[in-house]
Design a protein around this ligand. Structure first.
Ligand code: HEM
Ligand SMILES: [Cu+2]
Length: 530
């Protein structure tokens, strides 16, 4: 079968220009670019929200905002960062790189792909609109329950909850469609000779992610729909007075929520080894072990959800089961860490920006993983649950493990995508500022948590003042450092030193055999993998 046969045009490069190009495009590279641009924009918006939060937390007492508004900011910050920054970034890379890496001319379902993207902006508007409406006296602002929607608070909350429910539905539809597309693409569009065991690890990471999304998003959609009917249609799913059970909401939410953290990270675990191998000039170590570990983590991730509410009250055998199953995930994860380190071991390494981010990522994500083990311990968690220890832990996994991994990917692939080299010196400055200010923001939060400071509060006891001040100052630096990132990307898109096709000395993989930037349509002739 011949892919992408030009039925309408003789010239394969022809496409609409201006706004119509972006609205109507079914081209995987254009859609990838839109996902990445959307993600970066939302990352800066979610970041600005949390800068306001850190400003409030700079000192004890209430200075800048009412507690209700504080709650709205942290919840929307989290929803934006997870659903509108991190997930779309990974999908953007999938669109750009999966077809290039597996030798396909495009994604399998291009129109679905266009729709998947264009669902995102309305969802982002739904999430943030209640802030604006409140300014005009309509409703009482955005969702104020944190990103977890826990009942009964979410049953009683204002219209922000309804907006968030619809936003989550739309985002979920987009994710499920994107996942179907990725699965079909990987199963059907691989170049001849590319067996599953020759698939780039990035594709493996995404394949498992896609299955997790299809398995768990419907559960989240069901849970928030039950919430909606509890709120407006007289049901009592989560209302104890009506025979319902608020804890059931937590089960449903985290049946989605825990796999979600792997959904955010698996694509990154896929491409980081490719970066490590490029800059260590060595093949990826333990490819098969990594594939099996990724699969095992995917499976285990759906059977551990209740570790998020050990303190809600559970029979002891259940506590033990969820503790041990959670800890079991650290075994395949340790295999991955071993492989990542072995990949660079004794390599002839150079530290261009992508490699700085990738190596820094191993260490920082490692801290995230180890502190997660602490929380998995039922006895210890009774002390740490709902403290700043948790906040620090999940920022090591989500900011360092997620966003900083994405940044490694951005620097790695940007020359391929734009055809220009970014400013290397600026990239390195960005890395060091990010790594240092990130640690200074979140290390104090570990200690605050150990000392008992609860999360989700706008005010705190005097003894926590110094560490919060350090954390806030560092957070502002972290925020400012990201301006360099945006600046570097924009200047790279607009011009700069021409990138070669191979870009990096040690790179290998099909995407590096194409010109930089790759033509609008690639692989008009199928590559054959030997
Ligand atoms: C500029 C970097 C960031 C800073 C300084 C920051 C800071 C914070 C702070 C201080 C809180 C806790 C507020 C509270 O409990 O009162 C918070 C909550 C949260 N953040 Fe971030 N954050 C950053 C980036 C991110 C990213 C990139 C993600 C995810 C991809 C993320 C996900 C979350 C989540 C899930 C919560 C929990 C919200 C809740 O309690 O429901 N954050 N953040
Ligand atoms: Cu979990």
């Amino acid at each position: 079968m011949s892919y992408g046969a030009a039925t309408h045009h003789d010239d394969h490069q022809e496409h609409p220009t201006g706004i119509m190009r972006w609205l109507t495009t079914t081209n995987h590279k254009d859609i990838g670019t839109m996902y990445l641009t959307f993600s970066l924009t939302m990352f800066m918006i979610g970041g600005a929200m949390i800068m306001a939060v850190r400003a409030e937390l700079f000192q004890p007492g209430l200075q800048l905002m009412r507690p209700e508004f504080y709650n709205q900011l942290i919840g929307v910050h989290a929803l934006i960062m997870i659903f509108a920054a991190l997930m779309p970034a990974a999908t953007g890379f999938a669109n750009w790189m999966l077809p290039l890496q597996i030798g396909a001319p495009d994604m399998a379902l291009p129109r679905l792909n266009n729709w998947g993207f264009w669902l995102l902006p309305p969802a982002a508007i739904l999430l943030t609109l209640p802030f604006t409406l409140a300014l005009f006296g309509i409703g009482d602002g955005a969702i104020a329950t944190g990103w977890t929607f826990y009942a009964p608070l979410s049953v009683q909350g204002g219209i922000g909850v309804d907006f968030a429910i619809f936003a989550v539905h739309i985002l979920g539809i987009s994710s499920v469609m994107g996942s179907i597309n990725i699965i079909v693409t990987i199963f059907n569009m691989r170049a001849p000779g590319m067996t599953m065991m020759k698939l780039p690890l990035f594709a493996w990471g995404w394949l498992i992610t896609a299955f997790l999304l299809i398995a768990t998003i419907p559960v989240l959609a069901g849970a928030v729909t039950m919430l909606l009917t509890d709120r407006h249609f007289g049901t009592h799913f989560f209302d104890a007075a009506g025979g319902g059970d608020p804890i059931m909401f937590q089960h449903l939410f985290w049946f989605f929520g825990h796999p979600e953290v792997y959904i955010l990270l698996l694509p990154v675990w896929g491409f980081i080894p490719q970066i490590l191998s490029t800059f260590a000039r060595k093949p990826i170590y333990g490819y098969k072990a990594q594939v099996y570990s990724l699969c095992l983590i995917g499976i285990l991730s759906v059977v551990v959800w209740a570790h998020h509410f050990f303190t809600a009250g559970m029979p002891v055998p259940a506590l033990l089961y969820f503790m041990y199953s959670t800890m079991a995930i650290s075994l395949p994860l340790a295999v991955l860490f071993y492989c990542w380190i072995a990949t660079i071991w004794k390599g002839s390494m150079t530290f261009e920006t992508p490699m700085l981010f990738a190596v820094g990522w191993i260490i920082l994500f490692g801290i995230g993983g180890l502190t997660g083990l602490v929380l998995a311990d039922v006895a210890a968690d009774a002390q740490y649950h709902h403290t700043y220890f948790v906040v620090a832990h999940f920022h090591y996994t989500l900011f360092a493990g997620g966003i900083m991994g994405i940044m490694a990917g951005v620097y790695y692939w940007l020359p391929k995508m734009t055809g220009h080299m970014y400013n290397e010196r600026l990239g390195k400055v960005h890395f060091w500022l990010t790594a240092i200010s990130f640690n200074l923001t979140f290390i104090p939060q570990f200690f605050l948590g150990l000392a008992g400071m609860p999360r989700r509060i706008p005010d705190y006891a005097l003894q926590f003042a110094e560490f919060n001040m350090i954390s806030s100052i560092a957070a502002f630096a972290l925020g400012l450092a990201q301006v360099l990132f945006v600046y570097n990307i924009i200047t790279c898109v607009r011009g700069g030193k021409k990138a070669t096709d191979k870009v990096w000395e040690g790179s290998n993989g099909l995407e590096w055999t194409l010109p930089s930037p790759p033509p609008y349509h690639t692989f008009n002739e199928q590559p054959v993998i030997k």
